[in-house]
Design a protein around this ligand. Structure first.
Ligand code: AMP
Ligand code: MG
Length: 425
C-alpha cells in the first residue's frame, strides 16, 4: 500500500487519537526533508541585496580584520620595555595619531605618542596605556609601574584572519552577517537564486476581502497568513487567489503553478471528503502522498511533487495552516533556499495552569509565555484551542508543544515552549 492509500478512510477515524496509520511529526519531517535539496542556481548580488538570502559558497576573508594592529583605548602608545619596574617614569610625547591616520616614523626608546581608539599602533610601539592612568608634565607623559607590556592592542586579524573561512555556504545572511561581509570590503556575494513559491486557497465558501458575504461564505484568511509568513522568509511569493472546488479549475491552477514555481502551497481540500477529489487531480499531475499526521492542529497534510515543484497541501483550518507551516513548510522551504534547517526547537518552562491534552498526538497549543512576580517564566494557554480560532495565534507568543504520549499536563509541570520570535521569522 503506498502512502496515498493511507488517506483517512472514514470520519470515525478522526475521533480516535491513537491511529496506527498516522505519521508522527518527526517521521513526517524525516520524509519531507529527505526529498528536498537546495535549488540549483547561484547569483552574485550587491552586498545589501544579500540580506535574508543564503550564501552559495564559503566566504574567505580577502584581508585581515582589523587590517592593522590598533589601539583599543584612548591613551599613549609606547614600548613595553619602557614601563618602569617600580615608581614612575617620564616619556617624551612625539605626536598624536587619530583613527584613520598613521605615523610614518618609528617610535624610539623613551618616546610615546598620543593615540586614539582604532588608530594604528606605530612601528616600534607594542603597548597602550590608557589616558586615565597617565599624567602630563611639560612635554613628558608620566606612567606608573604596573602596566602590562602588550596591553590594549587589538592585533591585526584578531577578528578575521586573511584567507580564513568567515561564513559557510548555507548560512543565511542576517544583519550581523551583512556587517561581517561589509568588514571584508566585499562588494558582491554569491547567493542561491530566489525560491519561487506559488500559493492559493481552495474552497467554494471563500470570498476575498472587499466582497460582501452571503450565507455560508467566509473571508479567506489563509492566504494572508501565508503571504506574511512567505514574505518574512524571503521567498518570491506569487498569490494565485482563491480557487474553487471545481476539478477543471483546480487542475489548471496546479498546472499553472507548477510551470514556474519551486514550491506550491495550498490550503484546504485535503481533509476527509475533499481529499478524494484532489487526489484524482494529483494522480494525473504528479506524485503526492495524502498523510494523516498525529498532531493537532494540522492532522491532514498532502506532500509530494507536481512537475518540478514540491507541493504542500495544508489543511484548511486557519490555525492548522500556521502550525503545519512552522513545523514542516518553513523548514522545507529553508532547505530549498540552501539552508540546513532544524525543525523549531523550544525550551522547558512551568505550566501556569493545567493544560488539557489527549494522548496519541503531538499538540501545538497556543500559549502565553510570561514572568511571575519572582521573574520566573511560566506559560498559560490562550484558551479555546479550536483549529478555526485564528485569534488564538494572534494572542499567543509561543506554541506549547505537548508530546505524543502525554495526557493532561498538571499545573506546575515543565512543558516545552517554542517562542514565536525566532521560530516564526
Ligand atoms: P477544508 O480543509 O477545506 O475542509 O477546510 C476546513 C475548514 O477551514 C473549513 O471550515 C473551511 O471553511 C475553513 N477554511 C478553508 N480554507 C480557508 C481559508 N482560506 N480561510 C479561512 N478558512 C478556511
Ligand atoms: Mg475546503
Amino acid at each position: 500500500m503506498n502512502e496515498s492509500d493511507h488517506t483517512v478512510q472514514n470520519d470515525q477515524s478522526c475521533q480516535s487519537d491513537h491511529d496506527p496509520q498516522s505519521l508522527s511529526v518527526d517521521a513526517a519531517w524525516a520524509r519531507i526533508s529527505s526529498e528536498i535539496q537546495a535549488v540549483r542556481g547561484v547569483e552574485q548580488v550587491a552586498l545589501r541585496n544579500a540580506l535574508d538570502r543564503v550564501l552559495a559558497h564559503d566566504i574567505h576573508s580577502p584581508v585581515n580584520v582589523p587590517f592593522h594592529d590598533n589601539s583599543a583605548m584612548d591613551g599613549y602608545a609606547l614600548r613595553g620595555a619602557d614601563i618602569p619596574a617600580t615608581g614612575t617614569s617620564g616619556l617624551r610625547c612625539v605626536g598624536t595619531i587619530l583613527a584613520g591616520q598613521a605615523m610614518e616614523t618609528t617610535l624610539q626608546q623613551g618616546e610615546c605618542v598620543r593615540i586614539m581608539t582604532g588608530a594604528p599602533i606605530p612601528a616600534g610601539a607594542d603597548t597602550v596605556v590608557m589616558q586615565e592612568n597617565t599624567r602630563v608634565d611639560g612635554d613628558q607623559v608620566v606612567i606608573t609601574a604596573g602596566e602590562t607590556p602588550g596591553q590594549n592592542v587589538r592585533a591585526a586579524g584578531e577578528d578575521l584572519r586573511h584567507d580564513a573561512v568567515v561564513l559557510r555556504r548555507g548560512q543565511r545572511v542576517r544583519p550581523a552577517e551583512l556587517g561581517v561581509l561589509g568588514s571584508l570590503g566585499l562588494v558582491e556575494v554569491p547567493v542561491y537564486r530566489r525560491v519561487r513559491v506559488a500559493f492559493f486557497s481552495t474552497g467554494d465558501e471563500l470570498r476575498t476581502a472587499g466582497s460582501t458575504l452571503r450565507a455560508g461564505e467566509i473571508y479567506d484568511s489563509n492566504r494572508y497568513s501565508l503571504y506574511g509568513m512567505l514574505q518574512h522568509l524571503g521567498v518570491e511569493a506569487t498569490d494565485m487567489g482563491v480557487v474553487s472546488d471545481d476539478p477543471d479549475t483546480m487542475e489548471r491552477a496546479f498546472a499553472d503553478a507548477a510551470s514556474f514555481a519551486d514550491a506550491i502551497i495550498t490550503s484546504g481540500g485535503v481533509s476527509v471528503g475533499e481529499a478524494d477529489f484532489v487526489k484524482q487531480i494529483m494522480n494525473r499531475l504528479g506524485k503526492v502522498g495524502f498523510w494523516k499526521i498525529a498532531m493537532r492542529p494540522g492532522r491532514p497534510l498532502a506532500f509530494g511533487t507536481i512537475g518540478e515543484a514540491r507541493f504542500f497541501g495544508l489543511p484548511g483550518n486557519p490555525v492548522s495552516v500556521v502550525a503545519t507551516w512552522y513545523q514542516f513548510v518553513q523548514p522545507a522551504l529553508k532547505r530549498l533556499m540552501g539552508e540546513e534547517p532544524e525543525r523549531p526547537t523550544g525550551f522547558p518552562v512551568r505550566a501556569g495552569e493545567e493544560l488539557r491534552k489527549r494522548p496519541g498526538r503531538t499538540e501545538f497549543q497556543r500559549g502565553i509565555l510570561q514572568r511571575d512576580d519572582h521573574g520566573e517564566l511560566f506559560v498559560t494557554s490562550t484558551g479555546s484551542q479550536g483549529s478555526g480560532i485564528l485569534s488564538s495565534v494572534s494572542r499567543a507568543n509561543c506554541f506549547i508543544v505537548i508530546p505524543h504520549d502525554s495526557g493532561n499536563v498538571p499545573a506546575g509541570e515543565l512543558v516545552e515552549v517554542q517562542p514565536f520570535e525566532g521560530v516564526m521569522a
